[in-house]
Design a protein around this ligand. Structure first.
Ligand SMILES: NC(=O)c1ccc[n+]([C@@H]2O[C@H](COP(=O)([O-])OP(=O)(O)OC[C@H]3O[C@@H](n4cnc5c(N)ncnc54)[C@H](OP(=O)(O)O)[C@@H]3O)[C@@H](O)[C@H]2O)c1
Length: 325
């Protein structure tokens, strides 16, 4: 089978090599999948580029670890073979999922993965859409609904709103009848307005933490400021939810947020993603046309190195999807 593999960090077009590898056989509880679509995520950029450097503590100090040699962690595909002990699926089932809790490897024609990383794909959902949903949509649901407890009429801001999480986040926020501001830059801003953001801010021109507007809820895909700056633009009982960002700022938050509880009603949370939890909730919204997927692409398999670079350059709007059909 064909796969994109890496054995050192660097520019995607230099280090992601198209190789021919022997497909594996599914082990206990694993299914072998034919990959129909996969999408590009932050992890793929980090595993390939080795940036930010702090991620090398997880992925490998000098080169990506053996388990990450074929990147890709979100996919939709068809079950080709079931290993011993598999109870959830049968051959021919169409499935999708965020597989990052169990491994990587969706930049390939086939992969073997634990059945618990997958859910049945609804018939009416295309493989392209299905591969764009699990990771970003679950981050948005768990950030806005579960931790943020978003309510009608609230003023909500999504920082880094032009990417995968922002595209689902704004649609979820509008379902809750919130007033949503999105922060990003460039051509994405117009597309964000079309998708439902009530207001957009270009972070290269304006710093929302220096403005007068205060928010009930901030969902941050790009935490890059000190906690004090975010607190300034939170309403007295407002919530700030970080889903990722610069490690130094995240560590600061981890230590300071318990102290904040002693003297303020403002809350700061860091989201720990529970992969694939509550995909049914998103499926229902998708079935009833309450949310749609914002797809950048789909691009063909041989454009994976280009697509990873596109993600790293921040040129995408929504989710970059690779189709193998
Ligand atoms: N909490 C967890 O358990 C967990 C698990 C996995 C991943 N994550 C995190 O989830 C996030 C992924 O979100 P995503 O998929 O939506 O990412 P994404 O598609 O890369 O979107 C992020 C957007 O933020 C924009 N941006 C860059 N710098 C910015 C700034 N200073 N201010 C405002 N916006 C800025 C980017 O645009 P430009 O680059 O063009 O400027 C991009 O459009 C990552 O932070 C990742 O680390 C969290």
């Amino acid at each position: 089978m064909k796969a994109y593999s890496i054995n050192r960090y660097g520019n995607p077009d230099e280090v992601l090599r198209l190789v021919e590898v022997e497909p594996k056989q599914p082990k206990y509880k694993e299914v072998k999948l034919k990959v129909c679509a996969t999408s590009i995520n932050d992890y793929d950029w980090c595993i390939t580029s080795g940036k930010p450097l702090s991620y090398r503590l997880i992925f490998g100090l000098f080169r990506p670890g053996k388990k990450m040699r074929i990147p890709g962690m979100e996919l939709a595909g068809i079950v080709e073979q079931t290993g011993p002990g598999v109870t959830k699926f049968k051959v021919g089932d169409a499935v999708y999922g965020d597989i990052s809790d169990h491994g990587f490897g969706s930049f390939a024609e086939y992969l073997c993965i634990n059945e618990n990383a997958l859910s049945l794909k609804p018939d009416e959902m295309s493989f392209t859409d299905a591969s764009s949903i699990p990771h970003a949509a679950m981050l948005a649901v768990q950030g806005l609904r579960d931790l943020g407890q978003i309510c009608e009429g609230q003023k909500v801001l999504i920082n880094g709103g032009g990417g995968g999480v922002g595209a689902f986040g704004v649609q979820l926020a509008k379902i809750s009848h919130a007033d949503v501001t999105g922060v990003d830059t460039g051509e994405k801003l117009e597309a964000m307005k079309t998708l439902g953001f009530d207001k957009v801010i270009d972070y290269k021109i304006e710093d929302f933490t220096e403005g007068k507007q205060q928010y009930d809820l901030i969902l941050d895909c790009k935490t890059n400021r000190s906690i004090h700056k975010y607190l300034k633009v939170l309403k007295p009982k407002g919530k700030y939810i970080s889903i990722g960002g610069q490690s130094g700022k995240l560590i600061q938050m981890l230590y300071l947020s318990p102290m904040l509880r002693l003297f303020s009603k403002k809350r700061v949370h860091m989201l720990m993603l529970k992969a694939n939890t509550d995909l049914n909730y998103i499926n229902q919204l998708y079935d009833t046309n309450k949310i749609s997927c914002v797809i950048d692409g789909p691009y063909p398999f041989d454009m994976i190195p280009w697509a990873v670079q596109r993600f790293g350059d921040g040129l995408h709007h929504g989710k970059i999807v690779i189709s193998l059909d």
